[in-house]
Design a binder for this molecule. Sequence first.
Ligand SMILES: [Fe+2]
Length: 243
Amino acid sequence: MGWFFKKKKAVDLQYIKTDIHSHMLPGIDDGASSMAESVHLIKQMRDLGYKKMIITPHVRFGSFDNDTAEFESRLRDVVYALQESGIEMELEVGAEQTIDEGFKEHFRNGELKHFGRNKYLLIEFPFNMLPMNIKDTVFDLQSAGYSLILAHPERYLYLREQKDMIDYLHDSNVLFQLNILSLTGFYDKATRNFARWLIKQDYIDLVGTDLHHQKHLDGVKKALTDKYLHKLVDCDRLMNSMF
Ligand SMILES: [Fe+2]
């Protein structure tokens, strides 16, 4: 009960150091729509204490059919714009790959955009149902050397009824990345409660902003005093600073 009622001060983001989920390549998905917006948001991330950001554009069949081969050159444009503005922030680019009908072809063609030293791949599930044959998919990806990070598990509300699947994924070394925003009720109350439950069960390995626009950043700022975020930081198992 000790951590439950105390601590109103903001979490020190220098401890978290690296944000591993954001949509800051301008015009490529539903994130920042211009270079000016990217620069403005990244500057605020630096002011909050972040030292590094992994930018993870959506790759989703039918809505974000992005070509990952373009991501590095688009990242260089952002790096250049930051330098021009005198903003220090280390950047790396990956992708947020939805496990959907387009995913297998990207996998076959070697188009999955990973990041970090251990071929980290940020995956997203559809919001309405668990992907078919997910156990096989996890096995195939891990056999190919990918280290899997599941983006915002708290947002797949169907998982609340599938605790055995949560255990399976966790026991299979799929890392769980919580959206900091979920803790404020930004998405909805059910997501917030599921996020809290996942934290209490010690399932969360990483946190991310999933930053698309200013409202998200304002939400992240609001979440910094949240007692559950404090609990996550205090238990010292967040892996963000390794990236
Ligand atoms: Fe995202």
